[in-house]
Unconditional design. Structure first.
Length: 378
């Protein structure tokens, strides 16, 4: 189980209004990453022709991250496979990339969603003559009811990494292969109506919110879309990592959301910082290391030492900036700053904090790229 993944960007979210395209970033950019993927078992496949679609953390501007349970969905047409959506760091925030149906599985951030989605491709089954054949070494299928099955245990990836996002601090450092890029350019379609309704049901269910379930939702997976009660429901056995909610996470009221058509590059009280709210350095959480898992203990130790060296320096820079800003506050009090002068000081502090955190995120991403093993398509 991976360590807690804490992202040092504490402000909330900026909503970007752009034309959605499947597999591309759409609508939402959040300044702190989603919780780790919860630990749960796979519910049984309800009928022939249904394909597994992994659960994921979605975002609501009023309530923050909420869990959309994994579920079995009937493929929209024979030959189509599901490419899961994924969160990825970019442009100063964590951007949601919508999932899609298509003839090949594309890039999904290298996220290990489990149950055949181990980071590259899908190994839980394959189409054969218009019928889907299930790999029962990976998927939970009753072979007395569904006969078109096979067993291939060689594709199983034993990985306890529950990281739920790509890039940024603590994220998966994967990049798309040429095959995955080509898959994204082929004909495909977005989530079907049942998937959309399933996600909406999760959004309206308070128990799905990370602020309430702390990363371990009561409904982690379902046998059919929209069924949140009954025998086909599987609850999470544990959170994928200890969940620490950012201090400014929303709990109702639409905090952090920009009006439709708003310019995400303007926010007067933050000095125009790309739509992300920053405050003083004292509000930042300390950076932490994440345990490498290359399968080589000596290499893991080396990588962890490299991370620790970087994290120690970054946290020292946090403290230095915090002390500098505290001196500014003391000076403001001594000189009895007026409201305008206080606002100007806070804008300067926000810009200082933003600049520092962006530099730290870039440093972490460069280190992750250097430590990332070469990826081969399966």
């Amino acid at each position: 189980m991976s360590r807690v993944l804490r992202v040092a960007l504490l402000a909330f979210c900026a909503v970007m209004f752009m034309q959605p395209t499947f597999g591309q970033e759409v609508a939402v950019s959040v300044s702190f990453g989603p919780p780790a993927l919860p630990v749960y078992d796979l519910p049984p496949c309800p009928a022939d022709g249904y394909l597994w679609t992994p659960g994921y953390w979605a975002w609501d501007p009023d309530y923050g991250y909420y869990w959309v349970p994994g579920t079995w969905v009937e493929a929209p047409e024979p030959g189509f496979l599901w490419t899961p959506g994924w969160w990825g760091w970019g442009d100063g925030g964590y951007i949601w990339h919508e999932g899609w149906w298509g003839p090949q599985v594309g890039f999904y951030g290298g996220i290990n969603y489990g149950f055949g989605y181990f980071g590259v491709g899908f190994v839980g089954g394959r189409w054969d003559g218009g019928h889907f054949r299930y790999n029962t070494a990976v998927l939970n299928v009753d072979r007395t009811i569904i006969r078109n099955t096979y067993v291939d245990r060689t594709v199983i990836v034993n990985n306890n990494n529950h990281v739920s996002f790509n890039g940024g601090e603590g994220g998966v450092p994967a990049r798309p292969t040429p095959e995955e890029e080509r898959a994204g350019q082929e004909r495909h379609m977005g989530p079907v109506q049942m998937q959309q309704q399933h996600a909406e049901s999760a959004r309206s269910n308070p128990e799905m919110r990370a602020s309430q379930n702390h990363g371990a939702p009561a409904v982690a997976a379902t046998s059919r879309p929209g069924e949140f009660e009954g025998r086909g429901v599987v609850r999470a056995s544990a959170a994928g990592a200890p969940y620490h909610e950012p201090p400014n996470a929303p709990h109702g009221g639409g905090e952090g959301m920009h009006p439709a058509g708003g310019d995400r590059g303007t926010r007067p009280e933050a000095g125009g910082n790309g739509g992300i709210t920053y405050g003083d350095a004292k509000d930042l959480q300390p950076h932490q290391t994440t345990q490498p898992n290359t399968g080589n203990p000596k290499l893991d130790k080396k990588y962890l030492q490299q991370q620790q060296k970087m994290v120690d320096k970054q946290n020292q820079e946090h403290q230095a900036l915090e002390q500098k800003q505290e001196q500014d506050h003391e000076r403001a009090q001594q000189k009895n700053y007026n409201q305008q002068q206080k606002q100007q000081m806070e804008q300067k502090h926000a810009q200082q904090t933003q600049k520092l955190e962006q530099r730290h995120a870039q440093q972490a991403q460069r280190l992750q790229q250097r430590q990332a093993p070469p990826r081969k398509p399966q």
